[in-house]
Design a protein around this ligand. Sequence first.
Ligand code: THU
Length: 130
Amino acid sequence: MTDRELVRMALEARAQAYAPYSGFAVGAAILCGNGVVYTGCNIENASYPCGICAERVAASKAISEGRRDFSALAVAGSSAALCTPCGLCRQFLCEFAPRLRVLCANQAGAFEEHMLSELLAAGFDGASMA
Ligand code: THU
């Protein structure tokens, strides 16, 4: 699985987005240690805070199937801007993969790589409560 292929899967996952309120479809694809990829899309709700981002859908699908060993995540939006994970998603992902590679893509498939530790500096984790 190349980075470009992972980005392509994120772009395709946007087809399932449920985004009637923002009109902004997002797709995500998360690569696990066994080579399996889980995809996700954003799912909005009339009660806006109930909505969930594509990244957390993809990661939750993997976790619920027993995979937490994430190595890379691609997220793709529907504009010319590169789509970066929101703060809530950064914290969610940090719980499982603080050294995750994050590929932030735009609708044309252009992308930039960031480390999650760079996107979320000094994130809160279990050690913070020790
Ligand atoms: N969204 C995502 O799914 N992932 C991101 O990285 C950024 C934002 C969604 C949430 C909402 O459904 C829509 O995009 C507009 O914010």
